[in-house]
Design a protein. Structure first.
Length: 140
């Protein structure tokens, strides 16, 4: 996995989709806009991760396995209702939108996420294979 560029002052758009596959299995797609390209809906600029938990369901200090997926098209950020995917890949339903950023001085793989309708900011440590919810500074 290519690390995020550390830019702690820049908040970018993110979205979390519940993906029900054609077989009925459910996972969550975490989509983080990297802010590259021209903003064309077909630009593949979203870092994408598959995870079995939604962002707010991970306890502080807990880790969950993730799968890095190919970059997704920008148009996935605009999904606002349950939508079928092409090729019989199932249905995605938006569960949260918000903003994300890397934490300045914390290394390029610690990210913060603030979602619409949630209280506060969630902090995560991201590796090639898992995501750990980190405590907020001062709450260690």
């Amino acid at each position: 996995m290519q690390p995020f560029e550390a830019d702690g002052d820049v908040w970018r758009t993110c979205a979390f989709l519940e993906h029900t596959t054609a077989s009925g299995a459910i996972h969550y797609d975490w989509l983080l806009d990297r802010g590259i390209g021209q903003g064309n809906p077909d630009d593949r600029r979203l870092r994408a991760f598959r995870c079995r938990l939604a962002p707010g369901n991970l306890a502080v200090g807990a880790a969950v396995a993730i799968e890095t997926m190919d970059d997704h098209r920008l148009l996935y950020l605009s999904i606002d209702r349950p939508s079928p995917l092409s090729g019989g890949r199932g249905i995605v339903r938006p569960i949260a939108r918000g903003e994300w950023r890397t934490l300045a001085g914390a290394g390029s793989e610690r990210i913060e996420i603030r979602c619409d309708g949630s209280e506060g900011v969630l902090t995560f440590d991201l590796t090639d294979h898992d995501l750990t919810r980190a405590p907020l500074p001062g709450n260690r």
